[in-house]
Ligand binder design. Sequence first.
Ligand SMILES: Cc1cc2nc3c(=O)[nH]c(=O)nc-3n(C[C@H](O)[C@H](O)[C@H](O)COP(=O)(O)OP(=O)(O)OC[C@H]3O[C@@H](n4cnc5c(N)ncnc54)[C@H](O)[C@@H]3O)c2cc1C
Length: 401
Amino acid sequence: MSSAPPTPVASPRQLPDLSDTAIAFADKSNADLWRATWLFRIIGNPTVSSIGQGFTTVAMALHLPIKGAIKATIFKQFCGGETIAESLETAARLAKSGIGTILDHSVEGQDDEDALDDTVTEVLRTIAVAKERKDIPFCVFKPTGISRTALLADVSAGKSLNAAEQAEWQRVQQRLERLCQAAHDADIPLLVDAEESWLQPAIDALVETMMARFNRSRAIVYNTAQLYRHDRLAFLKTSHTKAVEGGYHFGVKLVRGAYMEKERERAAEMGHPSPIHADKAAVDRDYDAAIVYCLEHLERIAFMAGTHNEKSSLLLARLMNEHGIAHSDDRICFAQLLGMSDNISYNLAPAQYRAAKYVHYGPVRDVLPYLIRRAAENTSVKGQTGRELGLMLAERRRRKG
Ligand SMILES: Cc1cc2nc3c(=O)[nH]c(=O)nc-3n(C[C@H](O)[C@H](O)[C@H](O)COP(=O)(O)OP(=O)(O)OC[C@H]3O[C@@H](n4cnc5c(N)ncnc54)[C@H](O)[C@@H]3O)c2cc1C
């Protein structure tokens, strides 16, 4: 390691400097930085990235021997390992910098019942591991990991289910109950990821039932609000009101949303108005308004700011100072994805803010859709790649002196 160790922020009232790359990359070797810079350059190039994504998908389907290459590059950047045991090494490394790990079993869109049951078994394992370790503050799962995607869409659309589908839906509810019960018994908050808008009504209804049951004394079950949707700020407020009326705590992860292009394409295809805000400025406005709202209702709300946006992260840090809220308050957490925005996580943690990383793990083949999303996001969303690259290049320059 060629950089200086992180120094704690001088005063708890002072805002962390998110541009401090020495702290952000303190646990990255020069070789790690070189590899990450190279990777972000490749995935930031739309032509190379799209050829790469297509080739990778076909090559994996044909069982071509490319697993090693994926594992040494994009997988190493964005994933903790293929198993929980492998990922715990990543967790230990993050813990040295005061950052928590959220083990995220990267399986999605699996439709057969055995695979859905396997997801439950795996998420239960993460809850059991989290119970034993202080560096794993949350667990998480994707609803499409425990339900057939088309079933979520049918229930969301209010379609009437036949007898077999009703039985299938009951099994989904039982899977969810098992996960929430285990999280409650282990006293580990459980995040439920948000999916596409046409799956979300069913998910929201299920999660609300679980919150009413398991969030009696504190938030154990967390829903996710995607603020790129123009209806989600109102949804956030309604969910809070329901929690107040129902005498339970509302747990929520605030994100902007990962499926913008897919949402817009589908809305256009169906001739519906898009559920997504027309521009980024409106999304940013709602995201920050959601932070303010949550912060002002902490007696009933616990929330996670799942974001790589520096302005939103600093807004939250500043408001916590202004409201006199302890940085370590367990109702507030900042979270980023492993391999992205280390400048946020690594600079918040020394100032005792609760910062955590989603650490995706799973066999390379299963993690591929997630990796392709990471590549696509870094190609399609203007700014993200430039932001990551700029920070890495600045740190490389700093190390060269
Ligand atoms: C810990 C964590 C958990 C997450 N969990 C989920 C989840 O459960 N479900 C989910 O969907 N996503 C999830 N995400 C991904 C997240 O929704 C965003 O895709 C990603 O974090 C980028 O947004 P940002 O706030 O980090 O930063 P920014 O770079 O400021 O924002 C980029 C985002 O803004 C929005 N956007 C960009 N351009 C436009 C435009 N022209 N019009 C409208 N909107 C625009 C898009 O949502 C885009 O992803 C998670 C992210 C993190 C860090």
